[in-house]
Design a binder for this molecule. Structure first.
Ligand SMILES: NC(=O)c1ccc[n+]([C@@H]2O[C@H](COP(=O)([O-])OP(=O)(O)OC[C@H]3O[C@@H](n4cnc5c(N)ncnc54)[C@H](OP(=O)(O)O)[C@@H]3O)[C@@H](O)[C@H]2O)c1
Length: 286
């Protein structure tokens, strides 16, 4: 990866932090897009310490804000000519329905519209780069997702628990547009793939604000976290899609354990993909 420039969003913890570290270890310059400047600085220092390099660049942006996504992309476009790998990794769950500064339901804003908009704003740099790759960290939660264009923002029925319904819907929305993107990029030098990292012991699901049956899991949460994948194991497929020669030229696929697998039947619905793309453009002001 020497001489290559990569972006990893949400690099302050979990899968994103390991992905950024590994890309830097392999010689890439890694732009960390993080919402918390202090955490971002600490991670950048840690990566540079571990890789004995000055290979990180920190951009601070809360990706739930469309304006901040624009600002981060503009900052990158001013500074860099090429973008070899864009890892759209940042993600979050929201136990209670909340809205972003733009009035968009938070799960949709962070898990779908942010990566959708960031990718489109960086397309010129990706297109200018030989063998550029878009890697979207999705989730098998998309399998339970549904798209209701009459209530995309889940005003009517957000659901209880830890916000899994909204999370699954947003991940499905993102997978639909990733497939549409791959089709639009066909014949170019840019590939676009998505992945499920497995169940990984990170802070993505917190039981702090959990309601309903999820609250009952609290006593067992610590044990469950020790039984599932470590962030290092969880980052393997992201790193594979970012770096491996085995996936050079492969596009429009969904991966798990570093191998292509089928995503949900709904995710392959061509009409849904196109409509989701159009609606996402409208919601992001495109
Ligand atoms: N863990 C799993 O089992 C699992 C399973 C399937 C898919 N995934 C996916 O894997 C990806 C990484 O998650 P993780 O498990 O590593 O969780 P994590 O440790 O909670 O990391 C999430 C990252 O996203 C960042 N982030 C959240 N909201 C943001 C915002 N508004 N603006 C900018 N950055 C934001 C977080 O920043 P802060 O540090 O500031 O909070 C953090 O760096 C996510 O896309 C998630 O959906 C995870």
């Amino acid at each position: 990866m020497g001489g290559k420039t990569c972006i990893v969003t949400g690099a302050t913890s979990g899968i994103g932090k390991v992905t950024a570290l590994e890309l830097a270890r392999r010689g890439a310059t890694v732009v960390l897009i993080c919402r918390n400047g202090q955490k971002g600085e600490a991670v950048a220092r840690e990566i540079e310490g571990q890789t004995r390099s000055n290979a990180t660049d920190l951009f601070v942006a809360d990706l739930s804000s469309l304006q901040q996504v624009h600002a981060a992309a503009a900052q990158f476009n001013r500074k860099y000519e090429r973008l070899h790998v864009l890892v759209n990794n940042a993600g979050a769950t929201f136990p209670e329905r909340a809205e972003s500064v733009d009035g968009i339901e938070m799960s949709l804003a962070v898990n779908h519209l942010a990566p959708f908009l960031l990718t489109s704003l960086l397309l010129d740099r990706l297109n200018a780069t030989d063998g550029a790759r878009v890697v979207n960290v999705n989730s098998d939660a998309h399998e339970h997702g549904t798209i209701d264009f009459d209530d995309l923002q889940m005003r009517r029925n957000y659901g209880r628990g830890v916000g899994m319904r909204a999370y699954g819907n947003a991940k499905l929305a993102n997978l639909l547009t990733l497939y549409e993107l791959a089709r639009r990029l066909h014949g170019t030098r840019v590939t676009a793939n998505a992945l499920h990292p497995g169940y990984v012991a990170t802070g993505i699901v917190t039981l702090k604000g959990a309601t309903g049956a999820w609250r009952l899991l609290k006593p067992f949460w610590g044990i469950a976290m020790r039984l599932i994948l470590t962030p290092e194991q969880g980052a393997r497929t992201s790193i594979h899609l970012a770096c491996s020669q085995r996936v050079a030229g492969v596009s429009g696929r969904y991966f798990e354990k570093c191998a292509p697998v089928a995503s949900s039947p709904a995710s392959y619905d061509r009409k849904l993909q196109m409509r989701m793309w159009e609606v996402s453009e409208q919601l992001t002001g495109g």
